[in-house]
Write a protein that binds this ligand. Structure first.
Ligand code: SF4
Ligand code: SF4
Length: 280
């Protein structure tokens, strides 16, 4: 299927290379690179990135995702400090940290997240957003991250429940919702956020139902973006959703009570995340 004009973006090679060198020097991974994010040119030019901790090899095999799958290395104990140093050197006001899913670790990497949050908190005035895995539903892991008290805990439900077996077979819609629910139960001063990709064959009603499910568990923020196929091995795009339809989802999201909704073809869960914080 031909990509429509609204999905074509220009990338400045110079800015891209500078940031790539910086990240390589710091031995850090970003989801921007690992997931082939279409916004990489814009975000790297603004000296912003989403750090991906716990390696760049995932234990799951979601059929939409470009991150490598396999057996990951043990967590790098110095990585939390390097993430904080990179955030400080880039002068970030808001930092987003995500991870690969680590089903091989008993805590799913929660302790490593907590240590990263602790290091980032040493930077005066910075706000911290973590985009976590579902930790296999491990309640103790959720508690560990909540206790470290980032400003935002984000966990993407990614798609509508009907498509889970096709899109993310090792995940569970109710388990993902429960993680976001538990965060609010444990500490409602932490903002929660979630996101989905559209264009996978879902209906408008199914998207609205997901939005309502998220509001029912007091989720504060939501992102909606177009699914883009990373390669011919990945699941096909069913539809390129129009900008008008994205605007409609945004309006519905605000009408049902989200504090912030980003909805647009190129929206990703960390896209302009700092601006979202400023609007809360
Ligand atoms: S939208 Fe997020 S993942 Fe994409 S390039 Fe920007 S910071 Fe990275
Ligand atoms: S769990 Fe996350 S990183 Fe791993 S394959 Fe799925 S979307 Fe990609």
């Amino acid at each position: 299927m031909q990509k429509p004009e609204w999905l074509k973006v220009k990338v400045s090679q110079e800015e891209l290379k500078m940031m790539q060198h910086f990240l390589k020097d710091m031995s850090l991974n970003t989801v921007c690179q690992s997931a082939d994010c279409p916004n990489i040119g814009e975000c790297f030019a603004r000296k912003t990135a989403t750090f991906m901790i716990l390696g760049n090899v995932c234990t799951r095999g979601c059929r939409f995702c470009a991150v490598d799958k396999g057996c990951p290395q043990p967590p790098d104990k110095d990585e939390p400090k390097r993430v904080a140093e990179a955030a400080w050197r880039l002068g970030l006001k808001h930092v987003v940290v995500t991870c690969v899913t680590r089903d091989d670790l008993p805590d799913g990497g929660a302790y490593h997240f907590a240590r990263t949050i602790e290091e980032l908190k040493k930077i005066p005035g910075i706000t911290i957003e973590v985009l976590v895995s579902d930790f296999g539903g491990n309640d103790q892991s959720i508690k560990t991250v909540v206790k470290a008290h980032p400003h935002v805990i984000n966990h993407n439900v990614e798609t509508v429940p009907r498509l889970y077996s096709m899109v993310r077979p090792q995940a569970d819609y109710r388990r993902s919702l429960n993680l976001l629910k538990r965060v609010k139960e444990l500490d409602d001063s932490i903002y929660t956020k979630s996101g989905i990709m559209v264009g996978l064959g879902e209906t408008e009603q199914e998207v609205v139902d997901v939005m309502k499910d998220l509001r029912n568990i007091k989720c504060d923020m939501m992102t909606i973006g177009q699914y883009l196929r990373p390669s011919s091995k990945h699941i096909e795009v069913a539809e390129y959703v129009t900008p008008e339809q994205f605007d409609k989802y945004k309006k519905i999201g605000y009408d049902i009570g989200f504090k912030y909704v980003a909805s647009g073809p190129l929206v990703r869960s960390s896209y302009h995340a700092g601006e979202a914080m400023n609007r809360l």
